[in-house]
Structure formats: structure tokens, C-alpha cells
Design a protein around this ligand. Structure first.
Ligand code: NAP
Length: 558
């Protein structure tokens, strides 16, 4: 006689995705429990409290579209909200869902082991000695950018001044802000020039006595176009949420920007430049995701856009040598996630800001008083900010050992066989385990709150069948998994993103075994992904095995 688990479903993570998934399951009648490492909800927005942190999707699109109440209740004050406001939004959402009561906070999952006899997961938390939790279903909602990664440089822990990683910034205990740290008059080093680096550099340049930017690879950035949102504008947004939702549902990544339906090289140069000028001003990702439709596939078209943005850098940075150092030469515009800036390049026109080009003089080591480069120079500083990013997409999963049916861990399986999933949601051999916004999912290259909700709304149908028919196990069919893997490869191979080293393609020079590109997201875009999911549902949840067999007559078509 098999034992009954403590819970029907356990969800790891109380960020945007985890909270909604837990809420949905609870509303469906499952007995649920959430586990969260932080003391409260918010996920990435709880931890990333560095100066300058703000969202680069239009605030009102970066939201839970499923909740009319929340949409009408919450007033965004900026077009691109700062981190404290996004966190306030998520706390408001948590109140509305009354979700905190279902979570264990300040706890991390250490291991999870499938018990095939009892058909449930045995989940061990990090706090040693605690009794494991058992659950029939197990959802990971840890976010694609939640495993902060320090640089693999000797001595990083020997620095005697203050240092922080942007992804684990200290908190102000009394507010949603970061800790009140006065950088005025300080010598500050920032390592890294991705989206976090760009934001923190802009802020530090205003107050630091000396700011040393340690740049290994420059990124393309363009103006964010932030502005306050008046009450009248907010009222207008509220009136138009439904229209906006419908529109965003038709765009590649759920953002309010749509391709221009013309081939870049067919457009006369003068007209093209005028378009780029307009898009460059923003707001948001217009230049990146609202450009001519072929420029992220056709290298010649990409060259044209890239040259335009390079020209902009030369216009904005007074010193031509510095401008050249800030110009990427190893990838074209838009082929990596584009950081958005607010007077970023202009910082380098200030006397207190110094660019250290690590391609010329690599970082050799961190010492007690600063950072030493390969030319023997020691940059003495009071503070080091590591804006060195995350072990993205699979990093948070890699930090837990999850043992499947044959006793092998997910880390081992993916090490041996490469990352393979079905729909980016399940992995063959790991029954009842769901990876939300996981590797190879359609929601990874997307506006996360919108797209993860799309995926969760779809899971609802799957889980409803499980609930109604008292199903004990769901698994990915290995053939369907292989087919999905090939489709992901095909889609990624079509565009230039797949041909570029970045966190999208799993390359992280600080992580052993993450030096080669992998297929880590479904690049077909969210409308296509949704269509595929509906088709699978209408085909009796093709590719899933229910209690070991394909669904014969499970569902009503969607
Ligand atoms: P990131 O884009 O991965 O950038 C990390 C930076 O650190 C890169 O410039 C990298 O250089 C550098 N770096 C890493 N290891 C280094 C080392 N050992 N020595 C020197 N430099 C090193 O990380 P991120 O800036 O945190 O951004 C990650 C993602 O988070 C973004 O793409 C975005 O999706 C999200 N994000 C969003 C927002 C927003 O909404 N506004 C803000 C921040 C972040 P290499 O390129 O040479 O490795």
C-alpha cells in the first residue's frame, strides 16, 4: 500500500512565476506548499536592490494581466518603474492572492528525490535535520536569472573593503529599497557591463569620487526613454489594458513592440536612418524588437543597424579611443539581450569615470585593497560592485540535486546528454516535475509576467485533468522530448541570437562546463509557442504520459 504525500504540489520560488502557479493550484483544489529562500515574496525584485535597478519593459506591461482587480488598483508612477515600485507591485499581488500563508520563507531546497514506489517527490530543505516534505507534484519556479555568479578571478573574497554582487544587494530593513549606503566621495569599482552594470554605473558616476569600470565585453545599449506617468496617463492605460493585452499577445516576446514588416535592405538609406533615429529614442525595446523584421536573421541587415548604433556611441562619447573601447566588435546589435540606458555613455565624458579595458589588460586578481590587472597595475578602491550576472536559465536548477526515476540527478543527465526537455516544461525520467520558465521554454525570451502566466494558464488544463481523474504521474514521452529538442535547435539556428555567445545561449565564462552554446530557449516567439501548446492540448496532451500511457480520452478540446 503506497503512502500519501504531505502535499499535492510544492512550488519553489515566490517570484512572479511561483506565486501565480501556487495560487492557481490552490484555487484548483490542490493542497499546496511554496518554498522560498528569501524572507518574503518578489524573487529577482527582492534581491536586486542595487542603485539604479529598474525594469526595462514598460511597467504596465510587466504585470499580471490575469488580474483585473490588480490592473485597476495599481498605479505605476514611472514608464519604467524602479525596483522598489516593482517590488511593491508584487507585494500588492501577494496580498491579493493571500499567498504568503502558503509559503515557507527563508528556506531553500537542497535535494529532491523521486520515490517511485509511492509516486511522490521527497524534498529535503537546506536546514539540516528537518523532516523532508513529500509532494505528488513538484514545480520549479526559480527564475532564469536568479543564481548570481561571481567572477572566476583569484582573490575575490580577500578584498577588505565593502563588496556586493548586484543580484544580492543588501536591503534596507524598513523599505523596499536597497540599504542606505553613501558612496559619496568613495573610490568604486564596477565589474561587468551588462544590463545591471549599465544601471549601476550610471548611478555611481553621479556620486563616486572615482569610478573604475572594469569592462571585459562591451554591450550595445540605447536610451530607455523613462518618464513619469501622470494620473491621466495611468487612467488611460487602465481603460486600454485589454487592447494592450491583445496586442502584446501578437508580438514576438510579449512586449508592446512589433516588427516593421519590411526587409531592412529594401528600405532607402535615408528613410532607414530616419526610422532608426526614431526607434533609438525609445521608449524601451523599440530599436531592438520594433525594428525591420529581418535584422536579427540576415547578417547584412544586422550590419546596417549595428553601424547606426556604433555611430551613436561615437556621437555620445567625446573621446574617440574610449568610444572605440565601448563599441562591441564581437557581436551585432540585438544579438544579445540589450541593456537600456539613461545617459550611460555620457558618464564616460566625466573626469571621475575611468574605463578599464580588460581585453587589453585582463583582471589578474582581487587583492585586499583593490583589483590588479595583467599590466601589474593595482586599482585601489573602497568598494567593489560585481555586476557579473547570473548562471542563467539552468543555474538555479543546477544548484539543487534533483534525482529522477533511475536515481540519476538532473545535473548528471544534462551533463551526460545535454539539456533536453519536453516543451521546456518536463524532462523524461523526472515524473511530476515541472520547470516553469525553464530551459527550452517559450517564455524565457519574453516579458516574464505576461509569458509565464500564459504557460501557467495552460498548465491549469493539464493539472485539471490530473485532479479530475486522480492521476498519479505525468511524464514526458522520450520521443516527444527529442522532437521538441530538434525544433528548438531549428528555431534557434535560424537567427543571429543562436550564433552569439550570451546568457541566452548558456555561455558563462565563470562556470565550468558552460563555455559552449546550448539550446536553452524556444526562439519561435510566444504566439507560435502558444499555438503549439493549444495544438498539443487539443491532441489529447500529445507527448505526455499519464500514469505511464498517452492520454486516450482525457480532455475536451480548448
Ligand atoms: P550579464 O548581462 O550576464 O552581464 C555580466 C557582465 O559581467 C558582462 O559584462 C560580463 O562580461 C561581465 N563579467 C562576468 N564575469 C566577468 C569576469 N570574470 N571578469 C570581468 N567581467 C566579467 O548580467 P546582468 O547585467 O546582471 O544582466 C543579466 C540579465 O538580467 C539581463 O540581460 C536582463 O535580462 C536582466 N536584467 C534586467 C534588468 C532590467 O529589467 N532593467 C536589469 C538588470 C538585469 P562578458 O560579457 O565578457 O562575460
Amino acid at each position: 500500500m503506497s503512502k500519501q504525500p504531505d502535499f499535492d504540489a510544492v512550488v519553489i520560488g515566490a517570484g512572479i512565476t511561483g506565486m501565480y502557479q501556487l495560487y492557481k493550484l490552490r484555487e484548483q483544489g490542490f493542497k499546496v506548499k511554496g518554498i522560498e529562500g528569501a524572507p518574503d515574496v518578489g524573487g529577482a525584485w527582492f534581491w536586486n536592490r542595487y542603485p539604479g535597478c529598474r525594469v526595462d519593459s514598460e511597467s504596465h506591461t510587466y504585470s499580471y494581466f490575469w488580474s483585473d482587480e490588480l490592473k485597476q488598483k495599481f498605479n505605476w508612477t514611472e514608464r519604467f518603474a524602479g525596483q522598489p515600485e516593482v517590488l511593491t507591485y508584487l507585494q500588492t499581488a501577494a496580498d491579493l492572492m493571500d499567498i504568503r500563508k502558503d509559503y515557507i520563507f527563508n528556506q531553500r531546497v537542497k535535494t529532491a528525490r523521486w520515490d517511485d514506489e509511492n509516486k511522490y517527490w521527497v524534498i529535503q530543505l537546506e536546514e539540516g535535520g528537518s523532516t523532508p516534505i513529500t509532494s505528488r507534484f513538484f514545480f520549479s519556479a526559480m527564475g532564469p536569472l536568479s543564481a548570481p555568479q561571481m567572477p572566476n578571478v583569484p582573490g575575490v573574497y580577500t578584498f577588505e573593503g565593502d563588496w556586493w554582487h548586484t543580484g544580492r544587494w543588501p536591503r534596507d530593513p524598513d523599505s523596499n529599497h536597497g540599504a542606505k549606503i553613501d558612496f559619496t566621495g568613495k573610490r568604486v569599482a564596477v565589474v561587468g557591463t551588462g544590463a545591471s552594470g549599465v544601471q549601476v554605473i550610471q548611478e555611481m558616476s553621479k556620486v563616486a569620487k572615482e569610478l573604475f569600470v572594469f569592462q571585459r565585453s562591451p554591450n550595445w545599449t540605447n536610451p530607455l526613454g523613462n518618464a513619469p506617468v501622470s494620473q491621466e496617463e495611468m487612467d488611460e492605460i487602465k481603460r486600454n489594458y485589454n487592447k494592450l493585452n491583445e496586442f502584446c499577445d501578437t508580438t514576438l516576446s510579449g512586449f508592446p513592440h512589433k516588427w516593421i514588416d519590411r526587409d531592412t535592405l529594401d528600405v532607402p538609406e535615408e528613410e532607414r536612418d530616419a526610422t532608426f533615429e526614431d526607434l533609438y529614442k525609445g521608449p524601451g525595446f523599440r530599436l531592438w524588437l520594433g525594428n525591420y523584421h529581418d535584422y536579427l536573421e540576415n547578417p547584412e541587415a544586422n550590419k546596417v543597424v549595428t553601424e547606426f548604433v556604433a555611430r551613436k556611441i561615437r556621437e555620445r562619447v567625446k573621446d574617440p579611443v574610449t568610444a572605440e573601447k565601448l563599441t562591441p566588435r564581437d557581436h551585432g546589435y540585438g544579438t544579445r539581450r540589450v541593456p537600456m540606458d539613461t545617459k550611460y555613455y555620457e558618464c564616460y565624458n566625466q573626469d571621475n569615470v575611468h574605463l578599464v579595458d580588460l581585453r587589453e589588460t585582463p583582471m589578474e586578481q582581487v587583492e585586499a585593497t583593490g583589483i590588479r590587472t595583467s599590466d601589474g597595475k593595482l586599482y585601489e578602491v573602497d568598494v567593489i560592485v560585481y555586476a557579473t550576472g547570473f548562471y542563467a536559465i539552468r543555474g538555479s536548477l543546477s544548484r539543487i540535486e534533483i534525482y529522477g526515476k533511475d536515481g540519476r540527478s538532473l545535473n548528471q543527465v544534462w551533463r551526460d546528454e545535454g539539456v533536453k526537455t519536453y516543451l521546456g516544461l518536463m524532462v523524461d525520467g523526472f515524473p511530476n516535475f515541472f520547470t516553469l520558465v525553464g530551459p527550452q521554454n517559450g517564455t524565457v525570451f519574453c516579458n516574464i509576467p505576461r509569458c509565464s502566466a500564459t504557460a501557467i494558464d495552460w498548465n491549469e488544463g493539464l493539472m485539471q485533468n490530473v485532479f479530475d481523474m486522480n492521476i498519479k504521474t505525468i511524464e514526458a514521452d522520450p520521443t516527444a522530448q527529442n522532437e521538441w529538442n530538434h525544433l528548438c535547435e531549428e528555431k534557434l539556428a535560424k537567427g543571429l541570437l543562436g550564433k552569439t555567445d550570451s546568457w541566452f545561449t548558456g555561455v558563462n565564462k565563470n562556470v565550468a562546463g558552460a563555455q559552449k552554446r546550448e539550446v536553452l530557449f524556444y526562439a519561435g516567439g510566444i504566439p507560435e509557442f502558444k499555438e503549439l501548446c493549444v495544438d498539443i492540448q487539443n491532441d489529447n496532451w500529445r507527448g505526455f504520459l499519464f500514469d505511464g500511457a498517452p492520454a486516450a480520452k482525457l480532455t475536451e478540446p480548448a
